[in-house]
Write a protein that binds this ligand. Structure first.
Ligand SMILES: Cc1cc2nc3c(=O)[nH]c(=O)nc-3n(C[C@H](O)[C@H](O)[C@H](O)COP(=O)(O)O)c2cc1C
Length: 160
């Protein structure tokens, strides 16, 4: 290999993304959430999306036990929410308004869009697992600009 882990991270960081909070709920009803920018669309017909979870995450067992997930797309004003759901110690759910739709995953109602998904396929991929989900219900809300992530930092669309 002609590159090391830092080079790889630096190259991946050049790809600007939005920011999501992925959520799920355990059989006992406990919610779990994580900030993720690995979200991607997969298929229009049927409607499929994916995200990738680090197997080393403290939250891995809880997400992996679920048969569903929800994708919540963050707005430019939600950097604090992104940090909260990326944190090791902080439980952001008590201060976050949520609804439940088809799957039981917490839907963050104050976000740009939410997609409630049933897991169709899990792909074991190196140190991550890729979850591909079928979208059962969705909602898009208003015209707020998105929160962006680029080169390890949050960003905003200029003028938006
Ligand atoms: C902008 C951003 C995007 C992230 N995207 C992902 C992701 O796609 N998948 C993932 O497993 N972790 C991702 N993380 C890391 C998690 O949000 C979280 O910080 C990490 O899993 C913390 O470790 P823990 O789960 O062991 O508490 C991202 C963090 C940030 C700030």
């Amino acid at each position: 290999m002609t590159f090391d882990a830092m080079d790889f991270r630096r190259a991946l960081g050049c790809f600007a993304t939005g920011v999501t909070v992925i959520t799920a709920r355990s059989a006992g009803g406990t919610p779990v959430g994580i900030t993720a920018n690995s979200f991607s669309s997969v298929s229009l017909e049927p409607p499929l999306v994916l995200w990738c979870l680090d197997k080393g995450s403290e939250r891995f067992a809880r997400f992996d036990a679920a048969d569903h997930f929800a994708v919540n797309v963050l707005g430019a004003h939600q950097q604090d929410l992104s940090s909260a759901f990326a944190s090791y110690e902080h439980d952001a759910f008590p201060e976050t308004p949520v609804e439940t739709w088809e799957t039981g995953a917490p839907i963050l109602t104050d976000t740009l869009a939410s997609l409630d998904c049933r897991i169709e396929t899990r792909v074991d991929a190196g140190d991550h697992v890729v979850y591909i989900g079928r979208v059962l219900r969705l909602e898009t809300r208003g015209d707020t600009p998105p929160l962006l992530y680029f080169r390890g930092r949050y960003g905003h669309i200029k003028g938006a």
